[in-house]
Design a binder for this molecule. Structure first.
Ligand code: FPP
Length: 247
């Protein structure tokens, strides 16, 4: 039986975040170049996006390129950027057809102009779609985002626009690039690595973490359903006791 049938659609996570890892190892296992793994990772991106939209998940965030990924060999960085451009270009029509909005978080200024252009066009074309939001984390790192928020908040304090005593969780939320997006209830990482790797550090504070040995190109709809079922079998206590939750 498919894990899909075990999902309680009334208790779906609103937001799923994914660290797509293992493309390089997947390619190496086949005796191919790392880029081949990234190319095949696109199918998993398509499948996961489709599955989330079909289920009724409202936000899906994909860690597509981290600030640290700029340190990879130039050939791989270039290939990844080209893949991003071609995928965004090719997939915009599908996003439109499926009423999916695309947005991006990260330092877009770092991206090659062609990539920025394709991305901005896709974001503009899909801005009124409201079935699901696909968030691409590109040239993103949580520390970069938190630092930016700290600077924005400090600037407001300096200009007497914000009282230091009034700074709260909400202030930080509102100054991150994820402002307005609910925090992910579920974070998935593929490839067996069990790290957060500078991804959504603030937003993942109470997320359930799910790690699978599957390499990203092998991640299918069924793998996603399995992760959601696992999430639904957990008790989210937010610091309270089980007894408090059941009373
Ligand atoms: C991690 O695998 C994956 C990436 C750094 C890139 C992810 C990109 C894609 C799936 C393709 C395009 C995406 C979109 C959204 C269009 P890795 O290279 O770190 O693998 P390894 O750990 O086995 O070396």
């Amino acid at each position: 039986m498919s894990f899909k049938n075990k999902i309680d659609t009334k208790r779906l996570p609103q937001h799923i975040a994914i660290i797509m890892d293992g493309n390089g190892r997947w390619a190496k296992g086949l005796g191919k170049l790392r880029v081949f793994g990234h190319q095949n990772g696109v199918t998993a991106v398509q499948q996961t996006t489709e599955a989330c939209a079909e289920l009724g998940v409202k936000y899906l965030t994909l860690y597509a390129f981290s600030t640290e990924n700029w340190n990879r060999p130039q050939l791989e960085v270039r290939a990844l950027m080209e893949l991003l451009v071609s995928t965004i270009k090719k997939e915009t029509a599908t996003l439109q057809k499926n009423n999916i909005r695309l947005i991006a978080i990260g330092n877009m200024d770092d991206l090659p102009p062609k990539c920025q252009k394709e991305l901005m066009e896709a974001i503009e074309a899909t801005k009124n779609n409201d079935r699901m939001t696909l968030v691409l984390a590109l040239s993103y790192s949580a520390k970069w985002d938190i630092l930016k928020a700290v600077k924005k908040i400090s600037e407001k304090v300096k200009n007497n626009l914000l009282d230091i005593e009034k700074i709260s969780d909400k202030t930080v939320d509102e100054n991150l690039s994820t402002a307005g997006i609910p925090h992910p209830e579920l974070m998935i990482r593929t490839s067996g690595e069990q790290r957060i790797s500078n991804f959504l550090l603030w937003e993942l504070a109470y997320s359930e973490l799910y790690f699978t040995e599957k390499l990203w190109p092998d991640f299918t709809k069924e793998e996603l359903y399995k992760a959601i079922v696992d999430y639904q079998n957990r008790e989210r206590r937010f610091g309270k006791t089980s007894e408090q939750l059941s009373s």
